[in-house]
Design a protein around this ligand. Structure first.
Ligand code: R5P
Length: 262
């Protein structure tokens, strides 16, 4: 691996354990000002000490993230859709690699929609992005998106999507946790991180998801709503950080969360 590519990967994934706590705050690119992300600067600031990397859009990065922070950025570079539009899978590449370099990002992120009407378009978007990012030594994170079809998230479908992303050359794949998750990770030759998905019923569910994903071989989390939509977002992120980097069990993480809240 070229030095630049390797250095960027090592900035995102802590070299001590090869894992990452990535905070996803890119949702506004198709959801607008969703709950608890109305003012991204306020949402992000208290969580920064607990994360290894941040996944914003270009607009939020420029306007709401302090450039003095020494924080690896995984920049969302796909979009062109909206929650009220006809089809969430109809995405294009929205940021040039030149601008990504100007923003000093550590990786770029793009969604693919396998099995959707725009499967071909999103997969060729990914391939084009990888071709170009390779010239600059920038890793590409592929998000195996499902749009509104949340019930698609089973091991067979996610293994297919993750593997296709890796075969096209993505250096990192972000997907959802599911039953038999080991199958998804084992058949994907690049690091897999998990999204959190819509807000879960309890903190315990989120800790279990993170713990089980790591036990199945995931290299970290790239969570959003289950962190910053929590009333105790700092307690959430510090407990997730403890699971990812300090080997906390679910029980210990829950105790940490409850202690933090007090
Ligand atoms: C989709 O909106 C983005 O790719 C998010 O970054 C991703 O879904 C992770 O966020 P969450 O944990 O809220 O699902």
């Amino acid at each position: 691996m070229d030095w630049g590519m390797s250095n960027r990967m090592n900035r995102i994934f802590n070299p001590k354990d090869g894992r990452t706590v990535m905070l996803a705050i890119d949702h506004g690119y198709f959801l607008g000002p969703l709950s608890c992300l109305e003012d991204p600067r306020k949402t992000i600031e208290p969580l920064v000490p607990y994360i290894d990397s941040l996944m914003p859009t270009r607009g939020v990065l420029r306007n709401c993230v302090d450039p003095k922070l020494n924080l690896p950025i995984v920049l969302r570079v796909s979009g062109g859709n909206s929650i009220v539009g006809k089809d969430l899978s109809n995405e294009g590449i929205t940021v040039s690699l030149e601008d990504a370099v100007r923003l000093n990002v550590s990786a770029v992120a793009l969604s693919i929609y396998v099995g959707s009407e725009h499967e071909h378009q999103t997969l060729t978007n990914l391939a084009k992005l990888i071709n170009e990012a390779q010239n600059y030594g920038i890793p590409v994170l592929a998000v195996t998106a499902v749009g509104k079809e949340l019930d698609k998230r089973d091991a067979r479908y996610l293994a297919l999507s993750c593997r296709i992303a890796a075969e096209l050359g993505a250096q990192i794949v972000k997907t959802y946790y599911c039953d038999d998750f080991e199958k998804v990770v084992k058949s994907c030759p690049v690091p897999v991180v998990i999204a959190g998905g819509p807000k879960a019923n309890s903190e315990l569910d989120v800790f279990e998801m993170a713990y089980n994903a790591l036990a199945c071989g995931a290299k970290g989390v790239d969570m959003g709503r289950n962190i910053w939509q929590s009333k105790s977002s700092v307690a959430m992120i510090s407990s997730i950080q403890a699971i990812v980097h300090q080997g906390y069990t679910v029980k210990k993480a829950l105790a940490l969360f409850n202690g933090f809240k007090k």
